[in-house]
Every structure is written in structure tokens, then in C-alpha cells.
Design a protein around this ligand. Structure first.
Ligand SMILES: [Zn+2]
Length: 475
């Protein structure tokens, strides 16, 4: 296996850097997860999937990945949703049923997307005492102050504010919304703790009953569950750079005096037919809506066609292309050569190994999935040649290698023939061959029919037979 070094684009430095985790082979990754007030849409799916592929690739490269993805289960958006759905019962109850419902729906989506479970999936509401403790320390250090609406972080006290979004304080001032909260000393300051209204969910704190701000959740839960002050990788969408991630850095670094994360990875956003996805525009596609129509690998193949840093535009045309691509992969895996034992030649082995090596090279170059996908399809084409050329061992070796690569991409081709079926087919094919040799064409045709009834088509290729799933042929 080639041991090529991995390069990752780091938003913090604004350039590609050699990936050197703090304590290899361990890699600590935190990604900002969902806020559970609605069903996941395909934009969320892209985020979840991209980071899943990165994780799988790092694991394939023998890193020991510790992966934390949080769930924001207390937030203004959730409370607003609960107010909309409220039918007169206490708001706290509706809030609970909103979060329960969407956490379940999120887990269902994760499962149908085939996204690996995180090592920890902490919920904000289950880590409130740690957040209160963290805020206390920030106040003690002079980075935060208490008002009659909550506790705020004093942005101007933190020298390096703006290091991630590469903006000056004044530039950021024009970016923040001007709805001046009178109790803030500065419009840039942000809430660490918000006092709750009487009917809202609330937790005890030294500053009164309330709830944590969104940003503090991530600083606290990432460090707690990864058991480190400096993470290897912090990841999220480009829309989170400012202010969310900037604020996470400010809180964490103000407290520890150490870098919060070594590498910041941000993915581009998803649009639909050139527009931002929104319910009011009627172009909102949830994960389950997509999966009602298409199999999950089609969505993944679509995502892979864009580099994770780029934005991606969802169109029907692109989904149709992804569908054809999936069929091509399935077709490759539905073809088997039987009937002859040959040896894998040195040239064929080298050609296949080169594909694997190239796949590694492009994936190690900041996870270049469009080029990785091109390698996979190169391999699929090579496979069709092997079928025509009647190369049994080369086809089998290639099949094994492509399977490994697809595994990294989380794609599962339909494998039509299990070992038992394979044995049955081999037996039938041998019988058919013998029938043909004694010129018993009637029996040979009967066997062909028997095989067809099992769902497979025989093509005679040289001294062996290629078997293709009937169902796939008829697509
Ligand atoms: Zn976050």
C-alpha cells in the first residue's frame, strides 16, 4: 500500500497543509451536527456524508479516528417551532416532543444514508453543568460579563478574534445584525447564557434559570468528549465559519490559552437549480423524500462529483447521471466469469494496483472525490475489457480492489451472486459445457433456460462464460 502523505486545506491558514495529527495514529474530529427542529434535507446529507467519507479514508489509512458529532437540542429555532406546534400544553412539553421527534427522524436518516455512527453523539441538554462551569471560568478570567438578560462573551477582549474568517473587528461589525440587544456592551458580543422566559425550557445557573448559547455547546462538548483542549480536526459547513466557529475558537482559546483546533475543514453549500433551498420556494428536498424515489448511492455519487469545498447544485439532470453511474457500477459487479482457471498476469496486476494507488493519491490530496470517482470508473471500464478478454483472475482481483475503494466512499454495489448461488451456477455451467461437448444442444439450452430462471444471462466469451444478472440487463 502506498504511504502517501495527506494534504488538507485548512481554513485557518487558508492553504493546503500536510496533515499531522497531534498524537498519531489518533485523530480527534468534531463536526457540528444538526439542530433538531425539522427533518434533515439533502444539504444536511451532504455534510454528514462528506465527513463520513473523510473519516472512512483516514481509517483506511490506519488512523484511529475518534469522531464526535453533536446534537443541538436546545435553541431559539427549537423553541419557535414548539410555539408553532403548541396546542395549549406547557411549552416545555412541546419542546421535548419536537426534539424527540426530530432526533428520531435524524437517526433514521443516518441509518438510511449508511453514515457510520459517531463515537459520541452528545446532546446539548445533557451537558449543561459543564457549560455552566465553562462560563464561570470565562467570567473569572474577565472574558465574559453578566447582564440582566444573560451572560455575554466580550469579543474585543479576545485578541485573535477573526483569525478563522480572516476579518478585522470592524469588518465583522458590518456583518453582524444590528438588532442591538441593549444589555450587550458591544454588538459583536454574543450570548453564553440566556435567561429563559417563564414558559421556556430552563436550567439552573448562578445567573438565573436559562439555557446555553449555541456556540458554547460546541466548545464544551468537543473538548469534553474528545478529552483534549486542542482538537485535530474541527469540521462543519462554510456557513458556520462566522460567527459560530469564530465564537467557538474565542471561547475555547480564551479559556485554555491553547489552539482550539489544528485543522478547520469547511464544506461548500448545496443549492437546488441554482437557488438556496427553502420551504417557501418549494424546493426543499428532505432525505426521506429523496430516498422514496432513489436509492441512497445515487445521492452519494452525485455528492462525489463535486469537491467538498465547492458548492454543489442539485438538478434532476445530475441525479439522472448519478443514476446511470450507479447502474454502471452494479452492472460491473453483476458480471462473473466462470469456466476456466487462469493466472493473474504481472501486467494486469500492475494496472489494477496503479488504479488503487491513483485513488489514494487523489484522496490524499484534500479528499479529491471527483478524481477518485474517475479512478473507480476507469476500473469499471477495465473490468468490461477483462470480461471480453476472458480474464477470470484479473476480473476477480479487480472486483476485490474496487470493492475496497467503494467501501471508503460508502457505496455498496448490488452483489447479485453470493457464494451459494455461485457454486450452483458453476455446477450448471459445467453441466452445460459437457452437454455441448457431446453435442447435446437440447440439454445445453435447457440449462441456459434454468440459469435464466434464476435471474442470470449467459454470454459465451472465449473459453469461459460471463454471467450477468438478468434484472440489471433489463434496466
Ligand atoms: Zn458547532
Amino acid at each position: 500500500m502506498p504511504t502517501n502523505p495527506i494534504q488538507i486545506y485548512n481554513s485557518l491558514s487558508g492553504k493546503k497543509e500536510l496533515f499531522e495529527p497531534l498524537k498519531p495514529p489518533k485523530v480527534n474530529i468534531y463536526t457540528c451536527g444538526v439542530t433538531v427542529y425539522d427533518d434533515c434535507h439533502i444539504g444536511h446529507a451532504r455534510s454528514l456524508y462528506i465527513f463520513d467519507v473523510m473519516r472512512r479514508y483516514l481509517e483506511y489509512k490506519k488512523y484511529k479516528v475518534n469522531f464526535v458529532r453533536n446534537i443541538t437540542d436546545i435553541d431559539d429555532k427549537i423553541i419557535n417551532r414548539a410555539r408553532q406546534e403548541n396546542k395549549g400544553e406547557p411549552l416545555i412539553e412541546t419542546t421535548k416532543s419536537v426534539t424527540d421527534k426530530y432526533i428520531q427522524s435524524y437517526y433514521k436518516d443516518l441509518e438510511s444514508l449508511g453514515i457510520k455512527k459517531a463515537d459520541f453523539e452528545p446532546r446539548a441538554t445533557e451537558n449543561i453543568p459543564e457549560m455552566v462551569e465553562y462560563i464561570k471560568l470565562l467570567i473569572d478570567k474577565g472574558y465574559a460579563y453578566v447582564t440582566n438578560t444573560g451572560v455575554y462573551f466580550s469579543v474585543r477582549k479576545f485578541q485573535n478574534y477573526g483569525q478563522l474568517s480572516h476579518q478585522s473587528i470592524d469588518q465583522m461589525l458590518t456583518g453582524v445584525r444590528k438588532e442591538a440587544d441593549e444589555t450587550k456592551n458591544d454588538p459583536l458580543d454574543f450570548a453564553l447564557w440566556k435567561l429563559s422566559k417563564p414558559d421556556e425550557p430552563k436550567w439552573q445557573s448562578p445567573w438565573g434559570e436559562g439555557r446555553p448559547g449555541w456556540h458554547i455547546e460546541c466548545s464544551v462538548m468537543s473538548q469534553k468528549f474528545l478529552k483534549t483542549e486542542t482538537l485535530d480536526i474541527h469540521a462543519g459547513g462554510l456557513d458556520l465559519v462566522f460567527p459560530h466557529h469564530e465564537n467557538e475558537i474565542a471561547q475555547a482559546e480564551a479559556l485554555t490559552g491553547k489552539p482550539f483546533a489544528k485543522y478547520w475543514i469547511h464544506h461548500g453549500l448545496l443549492t437546488i437549480n441554482g437557488h438556496k433551498m427553502s420551504k417557501s420556494l418549494g424546493n426543499f428536498v428532505t432525505v426521506s423524500q429523496f430516498l422514496e424515489k432513489y436509492e441512497v448511492d445515487i445521492l452519494k455519487l452525485f455528492f462525489l462529483t463535486a469537491h467538498y469545498k465547492s458548492s454543489i447544485d442539485y438538478t434532476q439532470e445530475k441525479i439522472e447521471i448519478a443514476k446511470k453511474n450507479k447502474e454502471e457500477i452494479d452492472r460491473f459487479f453483476s458480471q462473473y466469469l466462470f469456466g476456466k482457471k487462469d493466472k493473474l498476469s504481472k501486467e494486469d496486476k500492475e494496472a489494477i494496483d496503479r488504479i488503487v494507488e491513483n485513488f489514494n493519491l487523489v484522496m490524499s490530496d484534500d479528499f479529491n472525490t471527483p478524481r477518485a470517482l474517475a479512478e473507480v470508473f476507469g476500473a469499471v471500464n477495465l473490468g468490461s475489457n477483462y470480461v471480453v478478454q476472458d480474464k477470470v483472475s484479473a476480473l476477480n482481483y479487480l472486483r476485490e480492489k474496487i470493492s475496497d475503494l467503494l467501501d471508503i466512499l460508502g457505496i455498496s454495489p448490488e452483489k447479485e451472486i453470493d457464494e451459494k448461488t455461485k457454486k450452483q451456477l458453476e455446477k450448471l455451467l459445467k453441466e452445460r459445457q459437457e452437454a455441448r461437448e457431446r453435442k447435446d444442444y437440447k440439454r445445453a439450452d435447457q440449462i441456459r433456460e434454468e440459469i435464466r430462471n434464476k435471474g442470470f444471462v449467459i454470454s459465451d466469451t472465449g473459453s469461459s462464460f460471463s454471467i450477468t444478472s438478468h434484472r440489471i440487463n433489463e434496466r
